[in-house]
Design a protein around this ligand. Structure first.
Ligand code: TXA
Ligand code: MG
Length: 352
């Protein structure tokens, strides 16, 4: 299959390209699209064959449900069953934006989209290109991240092309994703609002709107083998480069000494900008210390960079778990398959 590339610089001037991409979606094709978080691999969420194509192109397990992307809050009732009050309160504050809400599934949404569950994940992306494509196609768009299953999520069109060229109909290039990690996922199905995946909308911000927020244990811990995941995506190996990643917990000085003393071939530091001048190993800089947004923006591209460098072992600075840092930490933990070393007498990582 030939994968077309549509570069969008200006919504009005490039309208014809957006219309072509929307036409592909309307007729059941697969198109990678930019969102404010990461690129998504989109198809009409009501078209079972198109959705099956997403699973095939990604190599994604069939029990891992997809998020349905909509342009307007008012459309939610078409795709959902009874919507709780918390849905409207959260939507008013955070949508359009990087928040996904899990609610009872509407009858029109096929089980292939919901991974066999009777719930559906709804998101209202803020990215103007994504919103325009939803409007022009007239479809709710099922869209997981546009990477091959298991590899880091794409934050540029180039990443989508690397993973998906020849497997999908088109890539819409809308530039770099401004946030860099996937949306916050909350379940509104039980009696309490439950955080299943941290993102740019933080637990503190959610709590301001709905009061108490339960944090699912899978956010910072490895699930036991026989425990059922609230969010099926959490049980799969994720975001992993070929290099082994180990998170190093300790002060900046302890981290730098540890990395400089490390022996063996192919050791790379996945560090903050402030560390680089003090390190004698090759560095991949994932952002600035204390600037969690910069870390989120850089993380996935850095994980891909490790492979380009032929790294064998990457020692990563442990991000803070404050604000958006929790999202960076959650993704890095999975990239590291939960492997952490703790230096000195510092506080111990939560997963230990
Ligand atoms: O920012 C994002 O959310 C990006 C962009 C493209 O919108 N999408 C994304 O999709 O990250 P994906 O498929 O890579 O991750 C969706 C996560 C998975 O962990 C999945 O298991 C979970 O959401 N999920 C989806 N529907 C669910 C449901 N009904 N119940 C529980 N978890 C669900
Ligand atoms: Mg994903």
């Amino acid at each position: 299959m030939n994968t077309e590339i549509f570069q969008i610089k200006d919504l009005r001037k490039d309208k014809d390209k957006l219309e072509k991409a929307a036409k592909i979606l309307k007729r059941g094709g697969l198109v990678a699209i930019p969102t404010e978080t990461v690129y998504g691999l989109a198809a009409d969420c009501l078209n079972q064959q198109a959705v099956a194509g997403i699973f095939a192109a990604k190599g994604r397990p069939g029990d891992n449900p997809l998020i349905v992307h909509l342009a307007d809050i008012a459309d939610a009732c078409r795709y959902a069953g009874q919507l709780p009050d918390s849905f409207y309160r959260l939507a008013e504050r955070f949508c359009p934006g990087p928040l996904t809400m899990i609610v009872p599934k509407g009858d029109c949404v096929p089980f292939i989209t919901s991974g066999g569950l009777d719930t559906v994940a709804l998101r209202f992306p803020a990215h103007p290109v994504a919103r325009e494509l939803i409007r022009l196609s007239g479809c709710g768009l099922a869209a997981p991240s546009a990477n091959r299953s298991g590899s880091p999520s794409p934050t540029t069109a180039q990443h989508c092309i690397q993973d998906m060229s020849g497997r999908i109909d088109a890539v819409v290039d809308g530039g770099n994703c401004p946030i860099g990690v996937e949306s916050t996922v909350v379940s509104l199905v039980g009696d309490k609002v439950r955080l299943l995946r941290p993102g740019a909308v933080t637990p503190q911000q959610l709590a301001e709107v709905v009061g108490e927020v339960e944090i699912d244990p899978a956010v910072t811990r490895q699930l036991e083998k026989d425990v059922q995941a609230a969010s099926p995506g959490m049980k799969y190996k994720h975001y992993a480069p070929s290099a082994k990643v180990v998170i190093v917990q300790g002060s900046p000085e302890e981290y730098r000494r540890f990395v400089n003393d490390a022996e063996g071939k192919g050791v790379v530091a996945l560090c903050f900008a402030e560390d680089a001048p003090f390190l004698s190993k090759p560095c991949v800089v994932m952002g600035r210390e204390g600037d969690e947004l910069s870390q989120a923006q850089g993380l996935f591209a850095c994980l891909r960079r490790l492979d380009e460098l032929g790294a064998r072992l990457a020692y990563a600075r442990c991000p803070s778990r404050e604000g958006m840092g929790l999202a960076v930490y959650n993704r890095l933990l999975r990239a590291a398959a939960f492997e952490t070393v703790t230096l000195g007498q510092k506080e111990v990582c939560e997963n230990e």
